[in-house]
Design a protein around this ligand. Structure first.
Ligand code: BG6
Length: 491
C-alpha cells in the first residue's frame, strides 16, 4: 500500500508506443498500481496503440506478463482481471494516414472527459502524431499530450519539436515529462527545504561549501545502443535529470506550490548557470567511456564492443563543475556526475556545509568533518544528516562523524510509488507542476549546447574507465583540484 490517494474521474489514456519498453516496464505497471489502490476507477479506458497487429487477447497476455514481471508474486487475479477490463489495444501506424479515421471513431471524443495522449515513441514521430490528432478532431477541451524525453538533441531541434507540438496543442495541454521529478525524494527536497525552518537560513554561499549530485548506474546501454550512441550521457541524463535536481536545490523559495511559481524559480536557476564552453571545458568537464570490466558480479564488455561501433566517441560518463552566477550561490560549486557501468546504483544529492571557523578540541579529538546533508533518491530513499559527536566513554574527548539517518521506508511504512504513478495521475488531474515548461527545456539546452560544442571542437576522445569503477581518474582530479572529494557514505 501507498498513502491513500483521492480517486480521479474516469478518463481515457492512449499510449502511443503501447508495446514498447517504456509502456511495458513503467507505464502499465504504474497504472496497475493506481488502479489497485483505488485511484483509477472502472469506466476509465487505457488504450495501447502500436504498429503490431495484435488481438485484444494478445495484448492482454503481454500486459499480464509485464505486470507479473514487475510485481512478482503480488498480483491478485481478481485485481488483475479488473485492471485488464480497462485495457484495450488499437493497431495504428502513426506515420501513415491509414487507420486514423477508425481510431478517431473508436475514441468517441467527449469534451467532458479527460483524454491523455502519451507519446512513448521515438521523438521522430512526435510531430506526425500530434498533427494527425489535430486533423482528426481529437484535440478537444480536456485533452492533454505527454511528451517523453529526449526533447531534441540540442536547442535548435528542441525548439523545432516544441514549435510543432505547439501548433497542435496549447502549452497548458503539453506535459513534458522528466521522471526524476516524480521521485519521492525529489519532491521531498521541496518539503525539506520549505516545510522546515531549519535549513533555509543556512541555504546559501555563506554556509554551504559545495553541492554534489551523483546519478550512478550499474547497467550498460542495454537494448538502447542505437538511441544512446547518438545521445550520450550529457544529453541523456545531465540536460534533464541532473539539471532538474540542481534547480530544486538551488531555486529561491517560490511563493506557493502553484505550477508556474516553482517553474519560474527553476528557470531563473537555469539562466544563472555560468557557461561551460571552449574557454573552460577542459577544467570544468570530464567525459568518459567504459571499457570491459566487471559489473553486478560478472564480467561485462566495453561500450564499443557492446554497441559494435569501434569508432564511437559517445560518452557514457560525465562529471562537471557547474557554478551559478547569483547572490545566493556565488562561489559554491555544484559538482555533477553521472555514468553507466559504475560500481553501484545510487542517486544522491550531497550538501556539504562549511567547516567550523575554529576548533576548541585538541588534536587527540580527531579530524572534524563538515556537516553534510545527504538526500538519497535511490535505492533506500531517505535523508541523512552527518554530524560530529562525542565518541562514548572515558579516554578523552574524541569526536566522530555520525549520521542522523531517516529511511523513508521505515519512517512511513508505506511502499514508495514509482515516479510514473505520481506523474501519470498529475497529468490526468491537469497539474503541470512536476513537468517541464517549454522555456525550461530550452534554457537547459542553451547551457548544455556549448559543452557539447566544446567537446566536439577539442576533438579528444572520451577518457576510458574500467566498467565497475567510478569513472576516469580525471573525474577525481576535477574535484580534488579544489581540495574536495566525492562523497562516500561511510563514517
Ligand atoms: C532515463 C535514461 O531517462 O533514465 C536512462 O534515458 C537511464 O539512460 C534512466 O537509465 C535512469 O532512470 P532511473 O529512474 O532508473 O534512475
Amino acid at each position: 500500500m501507498t498513502a491513500p490517494a483521492s480517486q480521479v474521474d474516469p478518463f481515457d489514456l492512449v499510449i502511443f508506443g503501447g508495446t514498447g519498453d517504456l509502456a511495458v516496464r513503467k507505464l502499465l505497471p504504474a497504472l496497475y498500481h493506481r488502479y489497485a489502490d483505488g485511484q483509477i476507477q472502472p469506466g476509465s479506458r487505457l488504450i495501447g496503440v502500436a504498429r503490431d497487429t495484435l488481438s485484444q487477447a494478445d495484448y492482454h497476455t503481454r500486459v499480464r506478463a509485464a505486470l507479473a514481471k514487475a510485481q512478482g508474486e503480488d498480483l491478485p487475479e481478481d485485481v488483475l482481471q479488473g485492471f485488464l477490463k480497462l485495457v484495450s489495444y488499437h493497431a495504428l501506424d502513426a506515420r501513415k494516414d491509414d487507420g486514423w479515421s477508425q481510431f478517431a471513431a473508436a475514441m468517441q471524443p467527449d469534451s467532458d472527459r479527460v483524454c491523455v495522449f502519451y507519446l512513448a515513441t521515438s521523438p521522430e514521430i512526435f510531430i506526425p502524431i500530434c498533427e494527425r490528432l489535430r486533423e482528426h478532431g481529437l484535440n478537444h477541451g480536456k485533452v492533454r499530450v505527454v511528451v517523453e524525453k529526449p526533447i531534441g538533441r540540442d536547442l535548435k531541434s528542441a525548439a523545432a519539436i516544441n514549435d510543432a507540438v505547439g501548433r497542435c496543442f496549447a502549452e497548458q495541454q503539453t506535459f513534458r515529462i522528466d521522471h526524476y521529478l516524480g521521485k519521492e525524494t525529489v519532491q521531498n527536497l521541496v518539503a525539506l527545504r520549505f516545510g522546515n525552518a531549519l535549513f533555509e537560513p543556512l541555504w546559501n554561499a555563506g554556509h554551504i561549501d559545495h553541492v554534489q549530485i551523483t546519478v550512478a548506474e550499474t547497467i550498460g546501454v542495454e537494448w538502447r545502443a542505437g538511441f544512446y550512441d547518438g545521445a550520450g550521457a550529457l544529453r541523456d541524463m545531465v540536460q534533464n535529470h541532473l539539471l532538474q535536481l540542481l534547480c530544486l536545490v538551488a531555486m529561491e523559495p517560490p511563493a506557493s506550490l502553484a505550477p508556474d511559481a516553482i517553474r519560474d524559480e527553476k528557470l531563473k536557476v537555469l539562466r544563472a548557470l555560468k557557461p561551460i564552453n571552449e574557454s573552460n571545458a577542459a577544467q570544468c568537464s570530464v567525459r568518459g567511456q567504459y571499457r570491459a570490466g566487471a559489473s553486478n558480479g560478472g564480467a561485462v564488455p566495453g561500450y564499443l564492443e557492446e554497441i559494435a561501433r569501434p569508432e564511437s566517441r559517445t560518452e557514457t560518463f560525465v562529471a562537471l563543475k557547474a557554478e551559478l552566477g547569483n547572490w545566493r550561490w556565488a562561489g559554491v560549486p555544484f559538482y555533477l556526475r553521472t555514468g553507466k557501468r559504475l560500481p553501484e546504483r545510487v542517486s544522491e544529492i550531497v550538501i556539504t556545509f562549511r567547516a567550523i571557523p575554529h576548533s576548541i578540541f585538541g588534536e587527540h579529538a580527531g579530524p572534524i568533518s563538515p556537516n553534510k546533508l545527504v538526500l538519497r533518491l535511490q535505492p533506500d530513499e531517505g535523508v541523512k544528516l552527518w554530524l560530529m559527536n562525542k565518541y562514548p566513554g572515558p579516554g578523552g574527548l574524541r569526536l566522530r562523524r555520525v549520521a542522523l539517518d531517516m529511511s523513508f521506508a521505515e519512517a512511513f511504512g508505506v511502499r514508495n510509488p514509482d515516479a510514473y504513478e505520481r506523474l501519470l495521475m498529475d497529468v490526468v488531474r491537469g497539474n503541470p507542476t512536476l513537468f517541464m515548461r517549454r522555456d525550461e527545456v530550452e534554457a537547459a539546452w542553451a547551457w548544455a549546447d556549448p559543452i557539447l560544442q566544446a567537446w566536439e571542437a577539442s576533438n579528444e576522445a572520451p577518457k576510458s574507465y574500467t566498467a565497475g569503477t567510478w569513472g576516469p581518474s580525471a573525474a577525481v582530479a576535477l574535484i580534488e583540484r579544489d581540495g574536495r572529494t566525492w562523497h562516500e557514505d561511510a563514517p
